[in-house]
Design a protein around this ligand. Structure first.
Ligand SMILES: CC(C)(COP(=O)(O)OP(=O)(O)OC[C@H]1O[C@@H](n2cnc3c(N)ncnc32)[C@H](O)[C@@H]1OP(=O)(O)O)[C@@H](O)C(=O)NCCC(=O)NCCS
Length: 150
């Protein structure tokens, strides 16, 4: 079900305080999202000095424009002109399954992918996997691990 009154846009440096506030909410999630792990100086630095357009935000216009969803492109892992790597996507729990994630992704496509760049992402859980597959992503490889002491 689609939700009304959500605005999707590219974040600008002036948004950094709002983003920090959002990231702090994400810290309460049972599974700590990657982007919120470095909520201190690193995150502020990335938002302030990062390449323009690397962060897309969703704001609830009926709740004081607070950020409810966030997508970040990892410029270190992206390949110029060839591929964008999504380093993080996070939607506040109470806003999930309302197409906020899908619209964040579509905004990124519209704003960033002007040259048909491929988009890459890693899924760490089954639900993330279902989300990305639903958007049309295909599996590239499987990653495995083995602990000799177990
Ligand atoms: C993954 C995540 C971003 C999805 O955001 P969302 O706004 O809830 O997703 P959408 O509503 O846009 O979902 C689009 C489609 O993906 C599928 N989907 C989304 N979440 C799903 C889930 N938990 N289980 C199964 N399918 C799911 C559905 O088919 C959905 O469409 P539908 O509701 O019309 O059937 C959100 O659940 C989240 O922030 N999770 C925690 C953080 C995380 O896992 N981040 C990924 C790390 S890179």
């Amino acid at each position: 079900m689609e939700i009304d009154n959500i605005r999707y846009r590219v974040a600008v440096p002036e948004d950094h305080e709002k983003v920090i506030e959002f990231a702090l909410q994400a810290l309460y999630d049972a599974k700590l999202p990657k982007f919120a792990q470095d909520v201190g100086d690193e995150l502020i630095e990335r938002i302030k000095s990062g390449e323009a357009g690397n962060v897309i935000i969703a704001e609830d216009l009926t709740a004081g424009n607070k950020i409810v969803g966030y997508l970040e492109i990892d410029s270190n892992r992206s390949k110029k002109g060839k591929a964008f790597y999504i380093g993080a996507i996070y939607v506040l729990p109470e806003y999930r399954r309302k197409h906020v994630g899908k619209n964040l992704f579509n905004t990124m496509l519209r704003e960033k992918c002007k040259n048909n760049e491929q988009i890459r992402v890693e899924a760490l859980t089954e639900s993330e996997m279902r989300f990305w597959k639903r958007l049309g992503f295909r599996i590239h490889h499987y990653a495995l691990f083995f602990n000799p002491n177990e």
